[in-house]
Structures are given as structure tokens and as C-alpha cells.
Design a protein around this ligand. Structure first.
Ligand code: NAD
Ligand code: TYD
Length: 342
């Protein structure tokens, strides 16, 4: 099969590219990515060595470029990871989130309709469900939880999800959607909580924790997410949504303290800063559906995954040091100084 992986130069997309190359050597993997600040070609260096891998630099919302690729490759499956993915950036500048996350999804699906496809898979997020209260640990997101978004990011992802399901109902496009909780692991861009805290702790710089650090996220090791997507895109029921995640809930403060402990650094580095506007309190996934239908369960416990992740950041300093020394430094200074941070 020929599989187009959009956003394959980003965090989860690149981990997915490697999973496919390692576990499905008969398939041809095409990465379509326009290399925004979050996309990094060095991440795909090892993938370039595989004869069944191709990288194409293009924007998913560029209809001409997308159609040209479909004409050349006639993909069987398209799995769409490409997105603007950072909540804080969406608060600063929502426009590009609507363009990439919604219009880009439309353009990809139009090409799928025009050229024919076995499966279009949309990689979505649990953030489309909004948040859960801290004092109701019995509540979890199921696939029936109403869409109720908080940020421009999650709203753009929800808009795309609705469009994907509408393309199935209206045009019969064979789609699936997965909604996953927060990921962590190798190649995570150092603007997100876990890699940001690892890189700053290593440099003995203050660790900016929003509000009181009480917000809870349901952390999933990235490889577990990729395995779940692989199962759903190949064997999930068409037209269905599957939640992915699984009972690894931690408060931000717990996560930051774990990182500091692993690195042997002082908790004095923790700096409480102005909270994120509209900050979601708690995310927690009920993965019963994907478990019952496809046998998926998370394999990596947070306690092990966080150690592996820290090890990876220690072993791959050149990857993230290059990122934080460039344009990203300007972003960090602007975002965190504006809000009285760092
Ligand atoms: P990321 O920001 O690390 O990577 C996004 C990739 O998409 C980059 O390589 C970027 O260059 C590419 N891209 C952006 N705009 C593009 C465009 N217009 N055309 C082509 N390529 C474009 O994101 P991520 O964390 O790997 O997230 C991947 C997907 O998974 C996203 O759809 C996100 O909503 C979803 N998701 C992420 C998480 C998480 O914890 N990171 C959790 C659940 C779902
Ligand atoms: P993030 O990694 O941005 O993912 P998301 O907002 O999609 O869940 O943030 C994870 C949590 O960490 C979230 O509650 C916000 C918090 N956070 C901080 O406290 N400080 C930071 O500098 C960042 C980036 C996030």
C-alpha cells in the first residue's frame, strides 16, 4: 500500500513514519510536510535511507501541490497529522490554525474524493471535548462526550473533525478519526511542557509553570499513540471516532517535579507564572472502545516513558539545542516576557 503521512516531520508524525517503516516494510510511505517552525527535516534523516520512503515539501492547503502528489502516487491511505498544534500560539494568532487545521483538511479530503482512497484518517485530539473538573475523578471523555472547545487550537481541530465526519456522511468518504490525549517522547518540540522543562532544567533556567500547576493531563507515550493510529487506519470501522489514552493522569506540577528529580535538579527552579487564558483543567480518556474493538491498550507506563524520554533528550542534545538556539529563542522571549514570565 502507498500511505501519505502529512505532518511527518513533526513530533507524532515522525514517530509514526518510523513505526510504519519498521513494521510495514511492504508499504510505501510518503511524508507531505511544509516544514513550519515545528517541522524538522533532520528528524527524518534515518527515514531518508529507506528506499520505500519519500519526502515532499508542500502545504496541505495548497490544492495544486496536493493534487499533483495524488496524481503521482495514487495513495491507498492518507493519515493527516499536519496541523498547527500549540495552544499558546493559537491564542496569540488563531488565523493560521483555521487555515491549516480546517482548510488543509478540506483540501486533503477533496483530493481523496477526486482520486479515490481506501481510507482517510484524521489525527485529532481529546481537547475537542473541552475539560473535566478536578473534583470529579470518576468522569472521563468517551466518544459520546459533546464537543465543547476552549481554545482557538481545539476549536480548529473540532471544526476539522466535524468536516471529516460530514465528508463521510455526505460523500461516503471512508474516514476514521482518533482523539488522543497529550503525548510525550522523542522529537517533541521544546515549546511543549515536557521537553521545555527538560531543556530548561538542564540549563538551570527557571521552569514556567502556569497558574498553580494543578491542571491535569492524561500522558501517553508517543509510540503507543502511533500503534493505535496504525490499528485504526487499517482495521477501524469507517465513519467511527476512537479515543486514545489511558489512565496516566498527572498534574503539571507532578510532571515538572518528576523531571527535576530524574535530572537531579532543585525544585527551586519552578516559577509560577500567569495562567494561560481559558486553561483547560483536566483531560482524561476512556479508551474502552478502541480496546474492545481493536485490542489496543497503552504499553508504556508514565514512570518508564518519562525516564526513556529524558534519556532521549540527553542523548540527542544536538537535535533540540539547534532548535532552541534559532528563531525559537525569539518566540520564547516574546511569549513569556509579555506575560510577566521567566
Ligand atoms: P507538531 O507541531 O510537532 O508537528 C506538526 C507538523 O505538521 C510539522 O512537521 C509541521 O511542519 C507540519 N505542518 C504544519 N502545517 C502544515 C501545512 N499547512 N502543510 C503541511 N505540513 C504542515 O505536532 P504534533 O504534536 O506532532 O501533532 C500532530 C497531530 O496530532 C496534530 O494534528 C495534533 O493536533 C494531534 N495531536 C497532538 C497531540 C500532542 O500531544 N502533541 C495530542 C493529540 C493529538
Ligand atoms: P502543552 O504541552 O502546551 O499541551 P496542552 O496545552 O495541549 O495540554 O501544555 C501541557 C500543560 O502544561 C498545560 O496544562 C499547560 C502547561 N504548561 C505550563 O504550565 N507551562 C508551560 O510553559 C507550558 C508550555 C505548558
Amino acid at each position: 500500500m502507498t500511505i501519505i503521512v502529512t505532518g511527518g516531520a513533526g513530533f507524532i508524525g515522525s514517530n509514526f513514519v518510523y513505526l510504519e517503516l519498521e513494521e510495514h516494510s511492504d508499504d510505501r510511505i510518503i511524508c507531505l510536510d511544509n516544514l513550519t517552525y515545528a517541522g524538522n527535516l533532520s528528524t527524518l534523516k534515518k527515514a531518508m535511507e529507506y528506499p520505500n520512503f519519500r519526502f515532499v515539501k508542500a502545504d496541505i492547503s495548497d490544492r495544486e501541490a496536493v493534487e499533483k502528489l495524488f496524481e503521482e502516487e495514487h495513495p491507498d491511505i492518507v493519515v493527516n497529522f499536519a496541523a498547527e498544534s500549540h495552544v499558546d500560539r493559537s491564542i496569540e494568532d488563531p488565523g493560521i490554525f483555521l487555515q491549516t487545521n480546517i482548510i488543509g483538511t478540506q483540501v486533503l479530503m477533496d483530493a481523496c474524493r477526486k482520486y479515490g482512497i481506501k481510507r482517510y484518517h484524521q489525527v485529532s485530539t481529546d481537547e475537542v471535548y473541552g475539560d473535566l473538573p478536578l473534583d470529579r475523578p470518576d468522569l472521563f471523555f468517551t466518544e459520546e462526550t459533546p464537543i465543547h472547545t476552549s481554545s482557538p487550537y481545539s476549536s480548529s481541530k473540532a471544526g476539522a473533525d466535524l468536516l471529516v465526519l460530514a465528508y463521510h456522511r455526505t460523500y461516503g468518504l471512508p474516514v476514521t478519526v482518533t482523539r488522543c490525549s497529550n503525548n510525550y517522547g522523542p522529537y517533541h518540540f521544546p515549546e511543549k511542557l515536557i521537553p521545555l522543562m527538560i531543556s530548561r532544567a538542564l540549563a538551570d533556567e527557571p521552569l514556567p509553570v502556569y497558574g498553580k500547576g494543578e491542571n491535569v493531563r492524561d500522558w501517553l507515550y508517543v509510540k503507543d499513540h502511533c500503534k493505535a493510529i496504525d490499528l485504526v487506519m487499517r482495521g477501524g470501522r469507517v465513519g467511527e471516532v476512537y479515543n486514545i489514552g489511558g489512565h496516566n493522569e498527572k498534574s503539571n506540577l507532578e510532571v515538572v517535579k518528576t523531571i527535576l528529580k530524574e535530572l537531579g535538579k532543585s525544585e527551586d527552579l519552578i516559577t509560577f507564572v500567569t495562567d494561560r487564558p481559558g486553561h483547560d483543567m483536566r483531560y482524561a480518556i476512556d479508551p474502552t472502545k478502541i480496546h474492545n474493538e481493536l485490542g489496543w491498550l497503552p504499553e508504556t507506563k508514565f514512570e518508564d516513558g518519562i525516564k526513556q524520554t529524558i534519556r532521549w533528550y540527553l542523548d540527542n542534545k544536538e537535535w533540540w539545542e539547534e532548535i532552541i538556539s534559532g528563531e525559537y529563542r525569539n518566540y520564547f522571549d516574546k511569549m513569556y516576557k509579555e506575560k510577566g514570565r521567566a
